[in-house]
Ligand binder design. Structure first.
Ligand code: FDA
Length: 307
């Protein structure tokens, strides 16, 4: 109920104005968002890459004009050049939302998003790193996978997120369990109808395990994106069962979530990547983080009333 309300609020301009303009929200936002600018996020990336890998996300989604989509591309190109300059590209990649690149534009959105994504992939390739496509709500899954397939023709290391809560995802895992493929498996963060998604947590978890089994047994590179200790234990077991070397898959968590567990996995010599968002357009991302955990809402409420 609360989750649904928060995810609805994530799409409301009124709520956005209220939350964004409260100076006190800022204190909570900084737990999940690493900085407002490139200059702020680079030291965070440098610190984290001492023992972990990172994927950087320039925040933004649902752009409604081609100019803003082009600005997003420029921001990624600048980011990638800086990663190269600072010697971070070996341990840092980028994550991209196609709706920030114009996917939802009424005229030719898919082509615009593909062209924009190509520019980012080329900039990533130039400094020796990769791009992973985030996955948004289910109405965009086919278009995102279509863009992925086309990008992989020229940039075969491009990865994508699959969401275990979608009923279709087991089949998508089978399609993507191919050599060179990089799949980031998460549970899923949007409010989806029962017609397309499992809504029961147990069902989502069971789907996550089925998907993970397919990816671990396949020839691709699975990226286990979860904070759930049980899923992490099962992933380790499945990796062992599949005879995988420690560098043939990785764990991933979000910036600001279970940092102790991140450090512990890295200290065990496992590949651990942190998803690090930055930029001014944090509202949608932040609301999804609140929706994931009721305790985060209490934390925000306390900060809004100043206690
Ligand atoms: P679960 O929700 O069961 O949480 C397990 C435990 O983790 C909780 O008990 C709590 O301790 C901790 N935890 C989880 N979320 C927390 C939070 N917000 N704050 C504090 N503690 C929290 N989704 C999507 O739809 N599209 C995408 O592209 C991505 N991309 C992505 C990348 C990466 C690297 C990660 C880790 C996650 C995503 N997600 C995502 C989000 C994902 O779908 C999911 O909503 C969250 O990861 C929470 O699910 P868990 O698997 O962590 O399990």
């Amino acid at each position: 109920m609360l989750r649904t309300a928060l995810l609805l609020a994530a799409r409301s301009d009124r709520c956005r104005a209220f939350v964004e303009h409260s100076p006190l929200t800022r204190r909570v936002v900084t737990r999940f968002v690493a900085g407002a600018t490139l200059e702020e996020v680079l030291p965070v990336a440098r610190r984290l890459t001492a023992d972990r890998l990172v994927t950087l996300d320039y925040l933004g989604e649902d752009v409604t004009d081609a100019g803003r989509a082009a600005d997003t591309v420029d921001a990624y190109v600048r980011l990638l050049a800086e990663l190269g300059l600072h010697g971070l590209a070996g341990r840092a990649e980028v994550s991209v939302k196609l709706s920030a690149l114009g996917l939802a534009l009424p005229a030719d959105g898919a082509r615009i998003a593909l062209d924009n994504a190509r520019r980012i992939c080329a900039a990533a390739e130039a400094v020796g790193t990769t791009v992973t496509l985030d996955m948004e709500d289910h109405t965009t899954t086919d278009a995102t996978l279509d863009v992925l397939h086309r990008l992989r023709e020229d940039f075969p290391a491009t990865g994508a997120v699959l969401q275990a809560y979608l009923r279709r995802t087991e089949a998508d895992c089978r399609d993507l369990a191919v050599p060179g493929s990089r799949v980031r498996l998460c549970k899923g963060a949007y409010d989806e109808p029962a017609s397309v998604a499992y809504r029961d947590r147990g069902e989502v978890d069971r789907s996550y395990v089925r998907c993970l089994r397919i990816l671990m047994a396949g020839p691709g590179y699975p990226m286990v994106a979860t904070h759930d200790p049980r899923m992490i234990r099962i992933a380790a077991h499945l990796a062992e069962e599949a005879g995988r070397a420690a560098d043939s898959y990785e764990y991933q968590m979000l910036y600001g979530v279970r940092a102790d567990a991140q450090a512990e996995l890295a200290a065990r010599g496992l590949r651990m990547r942190v998803y690090v968002p930055y930029g001014g357009q944090w509202y949608g991302y932040f609301m999804r983080r609140l929706a994931e955990r009721p305790a985060n809402v209490a934390f925000l409420a306390r900060s809004l009333v100043g206690v």
